[in-house]
Design a protein around this ligand. Structure first.
Ligand SMILES: Cc1ncc(COP(=O)(O)O)c(C=O)c1O
Length: 556
């Protein structure tokens, strides 16, 4: 089912144990669960200490409750029943007893049909029944509220008709973490001015005539923001991974990739020609084991040493809401002399006291990460991505990356949107506004997570992750959840197999600095009501200890 993540993966479900095998201890969080202080340092380095100066582990709480057995069995049965009914109906369609509304290929003699496989079967018989929950047309910008265009189906999801009505709902599904998607006040005028001056398209690649002065300004602003020597920007986030990774590693290299990495990282890794080994999500023992084996055994057959070993991780995992255990990954990469590629698509802007991502959140030195990647499509309300690192790295990418040579450079208004929002986050323009948004997002995250835990839902992820997955499990219930929430004025995203493991279908809330307390309360009430209706309050664990600590008043 549709989400941004295009790959099937198995999940490592942690129970109430940490990945180091120790029982999870909820008593070691902050006194008041709040870390809203800005440090005065220029790059936020605190050498792996938590924001309050303790060990980073003291403030690292992630929650992954195991799927209850009876729910797992019922979910498998639900899918098995749908597949069985699907086969019966395909049989009826084949013999013309039931009308076949799916697209059919014209009969090309001796050709193997292009689309006859399990995926088509699944789309036709399972996904189609709940298809109304995805691809909904939206008629507004991705702000705190969105206008949803109403559709109806009279044939169980084969076709849709627009009713002409528009519903205004609260938006808890967009990656608008800092609220910059709504930019009339803050950046709208700058963007308009740049559009008038440069137009919308550059009509040339960076290496030809497409490298404008504002691109240069953006490159150096990104480097300044992240505390690296240099940066290069790319017009598409997905292509930042898929087109730059092949310029960095090749045959004879090894990629160690977290099993939950995004499709763009998987595609980029495959395009490199390097050998890919996948390690269990955030499992440091497994990563170390694979690193040690790689160093000891070298390449298969020849046993020559690997040319390079590249560890590829994300900052915040967008389907689990978990954070990379970055301090441990950094120390492993140093121990085994591997390179580290960090994708901060969901964390840059949204994490850390200065909004510089998970490196900032853990108080690490940005120079400890060899390749810092991120996108502008989330916290910056824009488009595109960046790679930041040493001058040598960026010089190499400018000369060798497919994205710099063969694709047009970033659209000028988009470039300006990023410059304006990043300057605001850095406090260079609108002093306090960027800081206020970062604090608001952090407060909203804890408040909303706390509310869901207290209401008895199973939610995944780190207490500071603005991505909040709520486990629903059964395919019929994910559709009902989406429909019932929308009816009550709450727009959110639901995801199921193959975007999640088969028994871990979920709703995913994305919090934003543009939400206020009133909206969060209203959303929690709606989720509570729908949760009661669908009986999805599955949690059997005590609520995490940090939720009982008083939150400071909202910074609104
Ligand atoms: C981790 C990660 N990397 C890269 C991308 C691709 O970014 P974009 O949507 O900006 O193309 C995404 C998209 O959601 C992502 O989650």
């Amino acid at each position: 089912m549709a989400t941004g993540r295009g790959e099937t993966r198995t999940s490592t479900v942690e129970n109430t144990k940490m990945s180091n095998g120790q029982p999870r201890n909820y008593t070691n969080g902050h006194k008041n669960g709040h870390t809203n202080g800005y440090k005065n340092g220029t790059n936020g380095k605190t050498n792996g200490k938590s924001e309050k100066g303790g060990r980073w582990q003291d403030d690292f709480e992630e929650y992954f409750e195991e799927t209850p057995y009876h729910i797992a069995i019922l979910t498998y049965l639900g899918y098995a029943l749908m597949v069985f009914i699907g086969h019966v109906r395909d049989f009826l369609r084949y013999y013309g007893i039931e009308q076949d509304k799916s697209c059919t290929e014209s009969n090309q003699e001796d050709y193997v049909p292009l689309y006859q496989n399990w995926e088509s079967f699944y789309t036709r018989n399972v996904y189609r029944r709940i298809r109304d929950c995805w691809n909904i047309p939206i008629a507004s910008c991705a702000g705190s509220h969105i206008d949803v265009q109403e559709r109806v189906t009279h044939d169980h999801g084969w076709n849709f008709e627009m009713t002409g009505k528009t519903l205004k709902v609260m938006n808890f599904g967009s990656y608008n973490y800092l609220g910059f998607a709504e930019n009339k006040e803050l950046c709208g005028r700058d963007v308009q001015r740049v559009t008038e001056k440069y137009g919308v398209g550059t009509c040339a690649s960076r290496q030809e005539l497409g490298y404008l002065d504002i691109h240069r300004e953006l490159d150096s602003l990104v480097a300044d923001f992240l505390g690296t020597e240099a940066a290069i920007t790319v017009p598409m986030g997905f292509a930042t991974n898929s087109m730059n990774m092949p310029a960095l590693v090749s045959k004879g290299c090894l990629i160690l990739s977290d099993e939950l990495n995004h499709a763009s990282l998987i595609l980029g890794s495959r395009l490199t020609g390097a050998l890919i080994r996948v390690y269990k999500h955030n499992d440091m023992k497994d990563l170390e084991h694979k690193l040690r084996d790689a160093v000891c055994e070298g390449q298969p057959r020849t046993h020559r040493p690997w040319k390079k070993i590249l560890i590829v991780v994300e900052g915040v995992y967008s389907m689990e809401g978990s954070l990379a255990r970055l301090p441990e990954i950094v120390s492993l990469k140093k121990k085994y002399k591997a390179y580290l590629y960090l994708d901060e698509a969901h964390s840059v802007g949204a994490m850390g006291p200065h909004g510089r991502g998970v490196v900032d959140h853990f108080g690490l030195d940005p120079h400890d990460v060899d390749i810092m990647m991120g996108t502008f499509t989330k916290s910056f309300g824009a488009c595109g991505g960046y790679i930041a690192g040493s001058k040598r790295l960026i010089r190499h990418l400018r000369a060798n990356s497919h994205s710099a040579i063969y694709s047009c450079s970033m659209s000028p208004p988009v470039t300006q949107q990023i410059i304006s929002t990043m300057s605001c986050i850095m406090g260079r323009t609108n002093p306090q506004e960027g800081r206020r948004r970062i604090q608001q997002l952090k407060w909203n995250t804890r408040y909303f997570r706390k509310g869901l835990h207290e209401r008895g839902f199973i939610i995944y992820g780190n207490k500071d992750s603005p991505v909040v997955p709520l486990l629903i499990y059964m395919p019929s219930k994910i559709a009902l959840f989406s429909r019932e929430c929308l009816k009550r004025g709450l727009g959110t995203v639901v995801a199921g197999f193959p975007a999640t493991p088969i028994i871990e279908a979920r709703a995913r809330f994305c919090l934003s600095a543009s939400h206020n307390k009133e909206m969060l309360d209203k959303a929690l009430d709606i989720v509570e009501e729908v949760g009661e209706l669908l009986q999805i309050k599955y949690s059997r664990q005590p609520v995490p200890r940090w939720t009982s600590e008083a939150l400071e008043p909202s910074p609104e």
